[in-house]
Write a protein of this length. Structure first.
Length: 247
């Protein structure tokens, strides 16, 4: 494959990966606590190209080396629901999923029939003691900025908020949850939290930015398609010229 065609094909593949990532960001633009994904570009140099003869220029191809999650704070939106909680600080809520602890910034919680605070998926929210939090369904719930849960002026429990030395090591596991290998990177508990009751953290992704990036990706895709067509035409003409000389 000639350098023009291979570079254009690699660029198209990178643009397709960007389009998938952008589509996921757009789909979650209204998801509370959602953290957008970004791409980190690099140049790929194969082992064969690196061993090219002296005096030649090896071909490098554009690739997306990795995706990374943007953990910047989203804006807070009042809801009036006492079970909606927003973190106005670093950290994550801890939810007990069937596969172990899951971490989320989505504070749109609810009460189970047994009076446990849980996520919309039914995962129990963990207290500072590592246990689910039980409250009386018939009485109002007050939650302080430090996560202390009160009913009738009495402290019931305290919602756990944890953080990680390197949040970039967290991986997304669907439904706005993050997980990591706790044996190699345990969470830091007991960190000062700033929880806002009756509010939700919005996604940190701007739909207007999405529209602009989508247009740019489509234009780049069209340009790369034209480059592929030019490369194919050049190869066709080269074959035809060789055939004429051979006659």
């Amino acid at each position: 494959m000639d350098p023009l065609t291979s570079a254009a094909a690699s660029g198209i593949r990178a643009r397709l990966e960007s389009l998938d990532m952008l589509a996921n960001n757009i789909a979650n633009a209204s998801t509370p606590g959602f953290k957008a994904d970004r791409e980190f570009y690099g140049l790929y140099l194969s082992a064969e190209a690196a061993d090219s003869p002296m005096g030649t220029s090896p071909t490098t191809l554009p690739v997306i080396e990795r995706q990374w999650t943007d953990f910047t704070q989203g804006s807070l939106t009042p809801t009036g629901n006492p079970l909606d909680l927003a973190l106005h600080s670093q950290g994550f809520f801890v939810a007990q999923s069937p596969n172990g602890p899951a971490f989320t910034r989505d504070g749109s919680f609810r009460l189970s029939l047994q009076g446990e605070i849980e996520t919309q998926d039914g995962y129990k929210i963990q207290g500072q003691d590592g246990k689910p939090i039980f409250v009386d369904n018939t009485r109002p719930v007050e939650i302080g900025s430090d996560g202390t849960v009160r009913q009738d002026g009495q402290d019931v429990a305290q919602i756990a908020v944890v953080n990680f030395p390197d949040p970039a090591a967290l991986s997304k596991r669907g439904n706005n949850y993050f997980r990591t290998d706790l044996s190699t990177m345990p969470p830091v508990s007991g960190m000062p939290a700033e929880i806002q009751q009756g509010q939700l953290e919005a996604a940190n992704y701007d739909p207007a930015e999405s529209a602009v990036r989508l247009v740019n990706i489509l234009r780049q895709f069209e340009t790369l398609q034209k480059a592929l067509a030019i490369g194919a035409d050049m190869n066709r003409r080269a074959v035809e010229e060789v055939a004429r000389v051979a006659q």
